[in-house]
Design a protein around this ligand. Sequence first.
Ligand SMILES: [Zn+2]
Length: 253
Amino acid sequence: MIDSHCHLDYIADPQEALSENGLTGVVCIGASPDHARSAVALAEQHGHVWATVGIHPTDASEHDSPQARAELERLALHPRVVGIGESGLDDYWAQDVRPQQQAAFEWQLNLARRLGKSLVVHTRDRQGQESAHLGVIQTLREWPGVTAILHCFSGHQGLMAAGMKRGDYFGFAGNVTYKNAQEIQAAAREVPLDRLLIETDAPFLAPVPKRGRPNRPGYVRHTLEFLAGLRGLDAAELERLTDANARRAYGLG
Ligand SMILES: [Zn+2]
């Protein structure tokens, strides 16, 4: 079972975490120069860990600089780096940093295109608004050649339609298991089975029945079982499909 999106370097005992619940692979997201270096180091140490490198939208105003870009370009060439990001737009915390987020997003789209890698996309709105989703839809429209991995997918109908048309992937995290997650669950029922990814986003967003605890990559199995129930599939069959999707989306060896 592959965890297609995890912040493994935030976890105190990565070695032990990797041995839990039959994990066979983890994509470790390195979304700042420091985290990118840690993600690459973990991928060098563990044969079933791969890394992404990029700048998270909530860090764009602080971390995006010519030096950071040069460092990330260098790291992106590492053979264990399988994607760029996570990038995207986040209006939840602050809206006045949109120009910096947009610039970092477009720089990462360009890097992903130049290197032929997928871009991991984070999209989060402020409650009751959809400005981040609309911005992501509009930006992705201008980059038809880059495959996006719409991580921690929100269920937003417009982004779902746009992503399906583009051939993007949809990552479902532990929050799909939450009681009030009707929109995310509706999307998880609809996404084509060859575009569906499962992730933890650990240490964040632990799935039921671990909700409220720090998340671990092995908990991806709870989300798998929940999604198998939603889709009326055997968990082993869904695991086979979503592992193959993760390998295709990231070009894992
Ligand atoms: Zn993440």
